[in-house]
Each structure stands twice: as structure tokens, then as C-alpha cells.
Write a protein that binds this ligand. Structure first.
Ligand code: C5P
Length: 299
């Protein structure tokens, strides 16, 4: 038997970051949104545990971490260990989500792996237990399970769904070379030694989201990791300026970057912005709407 689970990329509409905690993580008040860029993970019965990855044309195959430390295999082993069985199956991941791009590509794959293993191994794990395993594996992985639009607290792993009836149009521009999430957080510590213990509140963003108005949402977008990401990669600032000149309402670094996402006012606005960015020499320009579902089985 073989099953396929689809998992979406995430962006952060609000990413408030507080002073680093004693455990090395940063307290967050964040609003995640799952958008329509996907990885598909297939899992088939097998006697041992293997993984192959196929990447979309816009991704460098060499950038995808393979070997036993791959997050998909770690997720499978963790769930198997908790269920008291061996981790077995042939995984194949088809990647469309930019790698090391601040869009939770690895987290999406891990969430998909948890859902796929739970189903193929007929474990019937409760949602709460799956969320707890996801949080052990990484801060963004619970959100990748939940999808939609959600507020994240703690180090990002405590996720509460948010009512979001908007259909928001995004243009995403990945960079050819990724940025390391820990490096961007470390640079945040250097630039913001005075960061408050309590991160900037997501309330204004939630109010803008509820209004359903793209112009209001654009104004409310906020990312405390944008300054460190741009300091490490100054061209990201130029890219934001360019996309806004090409018609986007607002550009913002996605999570820890280096992908930049642009909020547009409509499908037409997204097409125009994407065409303008491609015309200016950006080879990979993706268009997506959000919110979309979290990790789910494909029929
Ligand atoms: O949880 P995850 O494995 O995604 O985190 C990767 C790294 O990002 C952490 O080791 C830490 O350096 C940084 N991080 C952080 N604060 C967070 C989330 C991640 O400092 N809230």
C-alpha cells in the first residue's frame, strides 16, 4: 500500500521576537499562514526505511539535506519509538517549497511524515499526541500540521487557529542560496541586545486580518527577523523595494528568510508583480494564495 500526504509552505504575517531564553530559543508571538506552495510526501510499505527526494526545477537538489538526519526520517523514527514498533517504509518527497528559505519546507515534510506514518502504520495517534511529537521535532512543525492561519506562542510550537476568511494573494521570491535560521536568530541577538522579554504583540495583525482588507493587512505585516536577515543579505532590502515598485502592496522577509513574500491586492495584482519581478531578472517567482490546509492525505 502507498499513500500521499500534502503539506504547505508557511509564511509569518507577524513575527514578534523577544529576548533569547535560557534554553537558547526565543519567545515568539507570531501569526502563521499556510500558502499554496506544497511538498508531497508518499509512503509505501517496505521492510526497511528509505528516503528519496525529487525537487522542482527551481530548487537545487544539493541543497536538500539527505542521510539519516533528514527531518522526515527523524519524524518517522520518533513516532515509531513512541508507538513501540520499528520505523519502516519507502518515503518519496517531491519538493516545491524553497529549501532553507524561511518557509518551513523541512517542517512541512516532517508534519507530512507524521501524518503518513500514523496512517500507514494504523496507529490512530490523537491530535494532541501528534502535536506534541511535532513540537519535539521543531518549533514550526505543529503549525505545519494545523495549517490555515494560526497564532503561535512559546518558541512557536503552541498553535491556536485564527478565524481567517480572507483569500490573500502572495508572490514569493526565493533566493538561490539559503539562510540558516539559527544564524539569523543569533544576528537578531547582536542587533537587539535590548530586545524585550515579551515579544511584540500580534493583536494589531489579527485586527487587520479580521478586516479582510489587503491594504490594512499590508500595513500590519511585521517581522522582527527582517532587520537581521537584511543585514546579512542586503539584496533582500533591494528586492522588497523592487516588488513594491512593481505593484505589490507590501514586501516582507518570510520568517528568517531569505525568501521575500509580497502581499498583493488581487490575482491580477499578483500577476503584475510577478511579471515585473521576473522581467527585472528574478528567475524564480512563485504565486500562491492563502490560507490553505495543513498536512493532509491526498485521495
Ligand atoms: O525549532 P527549530 O529546530 O526549528 O529551531 C531551529 C533553530 O532556530 C534553533 O536551534 C534556534 O537556534 C532557532 N530558534 C530560536 N527561537 C525560536 C525558534 C527557533 O532561537 N523560537
Amino acid at each position: 500500500m502507498s499513500i500521499t500526504v500534502r503539506a504547505a509552505a508557511k509564511i509569518n504575517l507577524h513575527l514578534g521576537v523577544g529576548r533569547v531564553r535560557d534554553d537558547g530559543f526565543h519567545p515568539l508571538d507570531t501569526v502563521y499562514q499556510a500558502i499554496g506552495i506544497h511538498d508531497d510526501l508518499s509512503l509505501a510499505d517496505a521492510a526497511d526505511l528509505t528516503l528519496t527526494t525529487r525537487v522542482a526545477d527551481h530548487i537545487e537538489a544539493d541543497d536538500v539535506p539527505d542521510g539519516p538526519d533528514n527531518i522526515v526520517l527523524r519524524a518517522a523514527r520518533l513516532l515509531a519509538e513512541r508507538a513501540g514498533r520499528s520505523a519502516t517504509g519507502t518515503f518519496e518527497v517531491r519538493k516545491d517549497i524553497p529549501v532553507a528559505g524561511g518557509m518551513a519546507g523541512g517542517s512541512a515534510d516532517a508534519a507530512a511524515a507524521l501524518v503518513a506514518c500514523d496512517r500507514l502504520w494504523a496507529l490512530d495517534t490523537s491530535d494532541d499526541d501528534l502535536l506534541a511529537l511535532a513540537a519535539e521535532l521543531g518549533s514550526d512543525i505543529p503549525f505545519s500540521l494545523v495549517g490555515g492561519t494560526a497564532r503561535g506562542a512559546g518558541r512557536g510550537e503552541l498553535v491556536t487557529p485564527v478565524d481567517d476568511r480572507g483569500a490573500w494573494w502572495w508572490v514569493a521570491v526565493p533566493a538561490s542560496v539559503g539562510l540558516s535560521t539559527p544564524a539569523v536568530y543569533r544576528h537578531f541577538d547582536v542587533l537587539r541586545p535590548d530586545a524585550p522579554e515579551v515579544p511584540a504583540s500580534a493583536e494589531p495583525l489579527l485586527a487587520a486580518l479580521a478586516s479582510g482588507e489587503p491594504v490594512r493587512l499590508a500595513r500590519a505585516l511585521h517581522n522582527d527577523l527582517q532587520e537581521p536577515a537584511i543585514d546579512l543579505r542586503p539584496e533582500l532590502g533591494e528586492l522588497i523595494t523592487l516588488g513594491e515598485a512593481e505593484g505589490a502592496l507590501r514586501g516582507i522577509v518570510s520568517g528568517s528568510g531569505p525568501t521575500v513574500v509580497f502581499l498583493c491586492d488581487s490575482a491580477e495584482g499578483a500577476r503584475e508583480t510577478a511579471t515585473g519581478l521576473a522581467g527585472a531578472g528574478h528567475e524564480v517567482v512563485l504565486t500562491a494564495t492563502g490560507p490553505v490546509a495543513g498536512a493532509h492525505l491526498l485521495p
